[in-house]
Design a protein around this ligand. Structure first.
Ligand code: UFG
Length: 325
């Protein structure tokens, strides 16, 4: 099966390409390399292209005739989306619209979409199930909801089928340290903590210690990027075997507080880096935990790395390798 992966040269995309390659899929990566890297594409072919360039996209899909598309390419920084909302709607929604239009025109009927827990906003109930109302609280989350709605409506009016995977907090790296988070400006807790441990930052800010959680800091469901990649393979197999459009949460179903993550980073690295407790970051829900029973039951997903120390260790090995280069 030939799979076109948009954003396949980025952090999560490159791990998905690795998983596809190990399974023997024919892979075509479509990436504008704004944040991705050529070296991160371990399997298949890379085509440098932008989804905004619809004519070029059309020529690639026409020539290559992929059997399925995994659409990863997107902007992902929440506070940036608040400052530059139109850039987010254009990149995340308009580009997805281009892609879906081209897919429908060229009979590409299987589509996997990288969605996010940000579609839920601040959920009333955790763990969060897929039927929780979509009430995003920032343009990033809204742009992803718009794509989900477009996919739902496109699927209802044709024989196009999609799976939307709503990612919780993706972390960790390839255990052989070939690929990992390569963005210098990454803002995610585990990456920032590890870079602080390496001395690349003076300290780590903990954003808010007065949340209604057991230690006052926010709780998140951290999922290893290789387990998330497995979910994509299962979603592809599901669509290939005739499965109809569906939505799945991707997380382990339990969470850790910011302070617990910091303690584990200190343990894994052996470095007692400085932490400063500071004000809340706007828009952070107190607790975000996936109910992933649907993914487990309906797609047979069995995570292999549900272990915070393993997640942090793989990311630590990666950060150390990058810092030596
Ligand atoms: N945090 C800190 N200090 C930091 C970085 C993060 O205290 O330097 C805290 C945050 O305030 C939050 C937790 O650590 O409480 C996790 O923050 P991340 O930035 O690592 O991740 P988010 O939960 O904000 O983001 C993730 C995804 C987003 C998605 C969002 C949904 O990365 O794409 O969940 O809420 F939009």
């Amino acid at each position: 099966m030939k799979v076109l992966v948009t954003g396949g040269a980025g952090y999560i995309g490159s791990h998905i390409v690795k998983a596809l390659g190990e399974k023997g899929y024919d892979i075509l990566v479509y990436d504008n390399l704004s944040y991705g890297h050529e070296w991160a594409v371990l399997h298949g072919r890379l085509i440098k292209g932008d989804l905004a360039d619809k004519e070029f996209l059309k020529s690639v899909i026409q020539d290559e005739k992929p059997d399925a598309v995994i659409h990863m390419a997107a902007l992902i920084v929440v506070d940036e989306s608040v400052r530059e909302p139109l850039r987010y709607y254009r990149n995340n929604f308009v580009n997805a619209l281009n892609l879906v239009e081209v897919c429908l025109e060229h009979e590409v009927k299987r589509f996997i979409f990288s969605s996010t827990a940000a579609v839920y906003g601040i959920p009333q109930k955790v763990p969060v199930t897929e039927d929780t109302p979509l009430l995003p609280i920032n343009p990033y989350g809204s742009s992803k909801v718009m794509v989900e709605h477009m996919l739902r409506d496109a699927a209802a009016s044709s024989d196009f089928n999609y799976v939307s995977l709503r990612y919780f907090n993706v972390a960790g790296a390839d255990p052989l340290s070939r690929i990992g988070q390569a963005r210098e400006d990454a803002t995610h807790l585990i990456t920032v903590s590890l870079r602080t441990a390496l001395g690349r930052k003076s300290h780590l800010d903990i954003f808010g210690t007065d949340y209604p959680t057991h230690d006052g800091t926010c709780i998140r469901d951290y999922i290893h990027v290789d387990d998330l990649s497995d979910a994509h393979i299962l979603a592809l197999e599901y669509l290939a075997s005739g499965g109809s459009s569906n939505i799945f949460n991707c997380g382990y179903g339990h969470g850790y507080s910011v302070k617990e993550v910091v303690d584990t980073v200190r343990k894994v690295t052996g470095i007692n880096f400085q932490v400063i407790e500071t004000a809340r970051r706007p828009g952070d829900p107190p607790t975000l935990i996936a109910d992933s029973s649907k993914l487990r039951k309906e797609l047979g997903w069995t995570p292999r790395h549900d272990d915070l120390e393993y997640i942090i260790k793989t990311a630590w090995d990666w950060e150390k390798k990058v810092s030596r280069q």
